[in-house]
Design a protein around this ligand. Structure first.
Ligand code: ACO
Length: 427
C-alpha cells in the first residue's frame, strides 16, 4: 500500500517509523498504530486530523468545495440523477443499469409499509413530542419487528435491512408529523415516486384528493439527494462506531439519528429558521452579526461555517437554486424571512470576520427556507435530513461490516485525580 514513511523523533527514545498511506484522492495518512507499543497515544480532540477508517464511498475537498459520491460530482447527480438512484450508487458502488434501477425502485416500493403494530408506538408519545425524539425511538424499535434481517454477518440480511430503512423512513417521518397535528396516518402510495409519496403522506388526508406539485416533488427529491451522504461526519461516525460493536442496523441508524439532532449538525436547519424568526426584521441583522462575532455571546450564525468546507458548500449552491425555483412556483418571492436570509447571506459574505474565517453559508441555510415554503414545520427539518442521510449511514455501515473491522475504542489523555484512598472519617 505504501513505501513512504514518517519518522517520529521523541527525546530520549529511538525514532519510531510510521507508514504513510495514499488514497486515490485527498491527503496522505500516517498510520500511528505503532505508537501504542511505544507507550504513546495520539491526541486529536474533535478528530480534526484523524482518519478513522478507509472508505470508497464519498470524497470531499473542503478547500475547493468538492463533493463526490463514488466519484460523481454532487452537482451532476443533483442535475441528472434522482434520490433513489443515488441511494443505489452509494450502496452498491456503481450507477444502476436501466433494469437494475427499475428493480431497485420496485424493491423499495415493496417495503414502504410499516408493521401495523408500529403505529401503536406513536400513541405512547405526547402530541407535542419533538419528531426527532419520536424518530430516535421508532427507528430503533424496528429491530423488534424485522427479525428476519438482523444477522449482520449475512449479506442478504444486510441488504434487506438497507432497503427496509430507505423505504420506511418517509412513512415513519410522515407518521411523526401527522401524529403531531392530530391527523390520521396515510398509507404509502406505491404508484408515486419516492418524493411524491412522501409529500402525499405528509399533506394528503383521507377526505380529499391530494395532487402532488411536480416542482415541489423535484425540490424534495433534491433535498434528499443533497443530504444522502457526507463521509465521516458526526452522525455517520456514530453509526460506524455503534456498528463496530456488532449492533443491528436499526439500532445503528437510530444512534445516527440521535447524533444528527444536535444544532451543530443536522439540527442546524431548524435553528436557522428559528434564528431568522428571532431576527424578525432586516434592521436587526447588524445586531445579530455583532453577537455572532462576540466570542462571549455564545451565539453563532446558524447555517454558516462548516468543519470541512472552507469554501462554498457545493450542496448549498444547488440548494440555493432550488430555493429560488420553489419560491417562484409558490409565489413566495417576497417572503419576509427570505428577505432577511438573503440580506444576511450578503452581509456575512462581505464581512471581514466571516471572510477571514471562511464561514460560508452551508446546506442548512437554504434547505430550511425551501422546506418552510413547502409547508413543512421547522421541527420536521432535521427529520428530513435524517431521511435523506439514511442511505449514506447504511452504506458506511455496510462497507465497514463487509470488511475486517475492529470495535471502535478511542483512548484519552487522563487529567483527573491520581490514585487516592477513600477517607475513613466520612461519618
Ligand atoms: N458564526 C460565528 N462564528 C463562527 C461560526 C458561525 N456560524 N462558525 C464558526 N465560527 C467561528 C468560531 O467561533 C471560530 O472562531 P475562532 O477561530 O476565533 O475560535 C472559527 O469560526 C472556527 O470555528 P469552529 O467552531 O472552531 O469550527 P468547527 O469546525 O469546530 O465548527 C461548525 C463547525 C460546528 C459547523 C460551526 O461553524 C457552527 O457551529 N456553525 C453553525 C451551526 C451550523 O450551521 N451547523 C451546520 C453544519 S453543516 C451540517 O451539519 C450539514
Amino acid at each position: 500500500m505504501t513505501d513512504k514513511k514518517a519518522t517520529l523523533a521523541i527525546e530520549g527514545k529511538d525514532p519510531i517509523d510510521l507508514p504513510i498511506y495514499s488514497g486515490t484522492m485527498g491527503p496522505d495518512v500516517i498510520d500511528v498504530g505503532a505508537l501504542l507499543a511505544n507507550g504513546y497515544f495520539t491526541y486529536d480532540p474533535g478528530f480534526v486530523s484523524t482518519a478513522a477508517c478507509e472508505s470508497k464511498i464519498t470524497f470531499i475537498d473542503g478547500d475547493k468545495g468538492i463533493l463526490l459520491h463514488r466519484g460523481y460530482p454532487i452537482e451532476q447527480l443533483a442535475e441528472k440523477s434522482d434520490y433513489v438512484e443515488t441511494c443505489y450508487l452509494l450502496l452498491f458502488g456503481e450507477l444502476p443499469t436501466r433494469e437494475q434501477k427499475i428493480a431497485f425502485k420496485e424493491r423499495i416500493r415493496n417495503h414502504t409499509m410499516v408493521h401495523d403494530q408500529i403505529s401503536r408506538f406513536f400513541n405512547g408519545f405526547r402530541r407535542d413530542a419533538h419528531p426527532m425524539a419520536i424518530m430516535c425511538g421508532v427507528i430503533g424499535a424496528l429491530s423488534a419487528f424485522y427479525h428476519d434481517s438482523l444477522d449482520i454477518n449475512n449479506p442478504q440480511h444486510r441488504e434487506t435491512s438497507a432497503v427496509r430503512l430507505i423505504a420506511k423512513m418517509p412513512t415513519l417521518a410522515a407518521m411523526a408529523f401527522k401524529y403531531s397535528i392530530g391527523q390520521p396516518f396515510m398509507y404509502p402510495r406505491n404508484d408515486l415516486s419516492y418524493a411524491e409519496n412522501f409529500l402525499y403522506m405528509m399533506f394528503g388526508n383521507p377526505c380529499e384528493e391530494y395532487k402532488v406539485n411536480p416542482i415541489l416533488a423535484r425540490a424534495m427529491d433534491r433535498i434528499f439527494l443533497l443530504h444522502a451522504d457526507h463521509e465521516q461526519n458526526a452522525s455517520t461516525s456514530t453509526v460506524r462506531l455503534t456498528g463496530s460493536t456488532g449492533a443491528n442496523p436499526f439500532a445503528c441508524i437510530s444512534a445516527g439519528i440521535a447524533a444528527l439532532w444536535g444544532p451543530s449538525h443536522g439540527g442546524a436547519n431548524e435553528a436557522v429558521l428559528n434564528m431568522l424568526e428571532e431576527i424578525g426584521d432586516e434592521s436587526r441583522i447588524p445586531e445579530f452579526i455583532e453577537r455572532a462575532k462576540d466570542k462571549n455571546s455564545g451565539f453563532k450564525l446558524m447555517g454558516f461555517g462548516h468543519r470541512v468546507y472552507k469554501n462554498f458548500d457545493p450542496r448549498a449552491k444547488v440548494m440555493k437554486q432550488t430555493a429560488d425555483e420553489v419560491l417562484k412556483e409558490l409565489g413566495h418571492d417576497n417572503d419576509p424571512l427570505l428577505k432577511i436570509a438573503k440580506r444576511l447571506e450578503k452581509i456575512a459574505l462581505e464581512d471581514p470576520y466571516f471572510v477571514q474565517k471562511k464561514l460560508y453559508p452551508n446546506v442548512d441555510f437554504y434547505s430550511g427556507i425551501i422546506l418552510k415554503a413547502i409547508g413543512i414545520p421547522s421541527s420536521m427539518f432535521t427529520v428530513i435530513f435524517a431521511l435523506g442521510r439514511t442511505p449514506g449511514w447504511i452504506a458506511h455501515w455496510h462497507e465497514m461490516i463487509s470488511g475486517p473491522y475492529k470495535i471502535g475504542r478511542p483512548r484519552q489523555l487522563y487529567t483527573g485525580p491520581t490514585t487516592r484512598d477513600y477517607p475513613d472519617d466520612r461519618g
